[in-house]
Write a protein that binds this ligand. Structure first.
Ligand SMILES: [Zn+2]
Length: 330
């Protein structure tokens, strides 16, 4: 459907011909006239009037006139004098009726779209339900992880994710003992960084509760149910249905987001990654608690005491670099 602005500015005959296939040989009269389509006001009087007067074509060359439709659908041109005199056409009434036609055509087109989407209503309802279930599943998984890990570790993870500082670095200290030129004993100490790797799989799931997914999903489901199941919707119902269907894309977006969060969570829960969480704080008691959580979350059996596990990590780093101390990078 062309809009008003699309052809409001015809300035030449060829402008008109670019838009309409004008039946130039046809004669227009009261009997075959259907409706005015659009007025024009050209630079030059280059158009010949197609109105039939006294059995022959008027042929008056004119600048100002109308594009009109015949009953058989053909489109012809008529000068404004003939149009006014014989068909009572004028710009105002033509524009007004065009606007009405335009508006009703738009409304009909919206209705067709809504009705086509309504055929998929059940599929959308199922989709809404499935997304809702997936969201609850993700919530449950996240809750499981959050409640297994010590609070401080959870907060560290959120912090790390937000600041995108994913690398877990500890430092080790080396001590060199020597003798200076005066024969005095000298001790040199230095700290060096050592990376345990980068945290994998952090994402929105860390703040799932702060997202508006649940509200959006349940609102979508509720609005879908509110669309009446009947043949002919009222204009208000069309408005409401259209708004509801407009959020299908958003729901699909949430669905994709949830799936990618599941994937991230899965990456996070890999033992080789999860064990990095033991290294996020220096507090030995919390690290030991984290060791228990890591084993719980991965279903691994913890052989020995958790604090021994922590001590082993530190000892490994010391051995590797022949270090005299280790500490978390501040
Ligand atoms: Zn004429």
């Amino acid at each position: 459907m062309m809009s008003l602005t699309d052809f409001s500015e015809f300035k030449t005959f060829s402008d008109i011909q670019g838009r309409f296939d004008i039946a130039l040989d046809l004669l227009l009269n009261k009997e075959n006239f259907s409706r005015g389509v659009w007025p024009y006001n050209l630079y030059q009087p280059e158009v010949s009037c197609q109105y039939e007067k006294h059995g022959k074509r008027c042929s008056q060359q004119h600048q100002k006139g109308y594009i009109v439709a015949c009953k058989d659908g053909a489109v012809v041109l008529i000068g404004h004098c003939c149009a006014h005199k014989h068909l009572s056409l004028d710009d105002e009434s033509l524009r007004a009726s065009f606007k009405m036609l335009d508006a009703s055509e738009r409304q009909a087109s919206r209705r067709r779209k809504v009705e086509a989407l309504l055929e998929q209503r059940q599929a959308f309802i199922e989709q809404g339900k499935a997304v809702h279930m997936r969201h609850r599943e993700l919530q449950a998984r996240v809750y499981e992880v959050e409640s297994a890990l010590p609070r401080q570790i959870w907060h560290k993870l959120v912090e790390r994710w937000k600041s995108n500082s994913l690398e877990v670095i500890w430092e080790y200290q080396t001590t060199k003992v020597g003798v200076d030129e005066n024969g005095r004993k000298v001790t040199e100490r230095a700290w060096y960084p050592s990376s345990y790797g980068k945290l994998q799989g952090l994402g929105i799931w860390l703040q799932l509760g702060a997202q508006e997914y649940a509200g959006q999903i349940s609102d979508f489901r509720k609005q879908l149910e509110l669309i009446p199941v009947k043949g002919h919707l009222t204009s208000a119902e069309i408005d409401h249905a259209e708004t509801t269907f407009n959020s299908v894309a958003a729901i699909k977006g949430i669905e994709r987001e949830l799936e990618s969060q599941f994937k991230l969570l899965e990456d996070f829960l890999n033992l080789s990654n999860l064990v990095l969480t033991v290294q996020l704080v220096s507090n030995q008691a919390i690290r030991a608690e984290t060791v228990v959580a890591v084993h719980q979350l991965t279903g691994q059996t913890l052989a020995g005491k958790p604090d021994k596990f922590v001590a082993e990590i530190d000892l490994d780093l010391k051995r590797k670099h022949d270090a005299t101390g280790v500490r978390i990078q501040q």
